[in-house]
Design a protein around this ligand. Sequence first.
Ligand SMILES: NC(=O)C1=CN([C@@H]2O[C@H](COP(=O)(O)OP(=O)(O)OC[C@H]3O[C@@H](n4cnc5c(N)ncnc54)[C@H](O)[C@@H]3O)[C@@H](O)[C@H]2O)C=CC1
Ligand SMILES: O=C(O)[C@H]1O[C@H](OP(=O)(O)OP(=O)(O)OC[C@H]2O[C@@H](n3ccc(=O)[nH]c3=O)[C@H](O)[C@@H]2O)[C@H](O)[C@@H](O)[C@@H]1O
Length: 465
Amino acid sequence: MGKDIKNICCIGAGYVGGPTMAVIALKNPQIQVNIVDINEQRITDWNDTDLDKLPIYEPGLKEVVEETRNKNLFFSTDVDTAIDNADMIFISVNTPTKTYGKGKGQAADLKYIELCARQIARVSKTDKIVVEKSTLPVRTAEALQGILSSTGNGVKFEILSNPEFLAEGTAIDDLLIPDRVLIGGNNTVSGKEAKNALSSIYEAWIPKERVLQTNVWSSELSKLTANAFLAQRISSINAMSVLCEETEADVDEIARAIGMDSRIGPKFLKSSVGFGGSCFQKDVLNLVYIAKSYGLDEVAEYWDQVIKLNDYQKRRFADKIIKESYNTVSGKKIAFFGWAFKKDTNDTRESAAIYVADHLLDEQADIIVYDPKVSEERIYADLEYLNTHSSEEIRNRVKVVSSHSEAVNNAHAIAILTEWDEFKAYNWKEIYSKVLKPANVFDGRNILDKEKLVNVGFNVYNIGK
Ligand SMILES: NC(=O)C1=CN([C@@H]2O[C@H](COP(=O)(O)OP(=O)(O)OC[C@H]3O[C@@H](n4cnc5c(N)ncnc54)[C@H](O)[C@@H]3O)[C@@H](O)[C@H]2O)C=CC1
Ligand SMILES: O=C(O)[C@H]1O[C@H](OP(=O)(O)OP(=O)(O)OC[C@H]2O[C@@H](n3ccc(=O)[nH]c3=O)[C@H](O)[C@@H]2O)[C@H](O)[C@@H](O)[C@@H]1O
């Protein structure tokens, strides 16, 4: 298997495949990078000459795409040709929680991964390095090897695990200056050669000492471990937020105090309405499932608590809105500032806003949503996907508007669901003049200047204060 990689194929043009490959192409102009996907619309959008129409919003992404697209970065639906031409194939397809059968609601659904493996096995005529970029259960490489090595056509595949640690909203910066890159593979001669080949692609812009090589199982399990630890930190600080609300302690002050302990560190201690995003819940649930499948019930229960606490935090926020609205929100207008699961992304997967809205809909609230980057249809689709309220009811009760000032007209309450910077800069005096009184703001992200808002006349409810 040659060290010199000239042609890369990435299967899956999503939040990971798109930005990751764009940066690899940018830093390795000698390599042709083909990103392929079965979703035709997505590929059309990636190829749109209007760079504001790219399917993913990430600060800095369009500049990288502009510099590389149609030079050494190509987007296409022709999966077979891209596989055939590639020396190295990244699999970056989705691995959602299973919604059916064994492991439903917990295990990762690996059907898309398996389809990719079968397609690679069927199409390949030359030896290839196959890279797991998707987040996968530990020992998936074994299954891939099983599929790829049973073609009988003499083609050799070396499987690597190279999990991605980027966070949405900062994907380009995370890719340009990663804390580390992790490459797992076999410790055979060809395995080491493959790891070095992948390492050299990253070494085009990342210091060699930050590219870590491990065995394939450690690499697969490190990714689940990293997400579980990160999610656990949020659930830990959110657990303290509940206690703060009972005791007049302030969760932000606690975060600062403990974060200065260098053993704990200051990051990922922001208490919130609950974590969202496509991965934390999915990956922790997957870890719970894996632990259970090895009969490790105590381990499974330990990690399951991270999810339970997060569900509790979302529910608690909705309950607080109801309680402070004289115990009923029926027919009342609740203005939502933000729908995305965090700022600087248009991604709404598992966003806390969806669950808070759903709970308020149970209580017949009217919800007016403003988010700077999320479309009306996305918001309806998120609520419809839950299958708890009819499409008709959702469209009657939930309105999506294109400015914050439209959202607040005659609102009974304002709820901050996403920490978009622009919310802090609004003219809160003007907002006060438009809402019904008493004027209640529920700051689910602790981003607003409480003193200023109280001086304007608002009642401000925080998390953990
Ligand atoms: N979203 C994120 O920030 C991160 C995600 N990950 C992991 O990366 C993986 C991908 O995640 P996303 O990019 O967010 O998913 P995504 O859903 O945005 O993209 C996956 C793409 O794969 C395509 N696809 C599925 N099966 C295919 C097939 N057989 N052939 C061609 N294309 C196919 C889908 O059409 C879709 O466009 C997941 O395992 C996720 O856990 C890891 C780190 C960060
Ligand atoms: O595997 C993945 O998909 C990725 O998951 C997360 O990235 P992401 O979900 O994009 O964004 P985060 O910044 O981690 O935020 C996740 C959620 O936690 C919330 N959060 C984050 C930090 C914090 O202190 N408090 C808090 O409530 C955010 O608002 C958001 O809803 C990890 O940070 C990435 O390293 C990982 O690659």
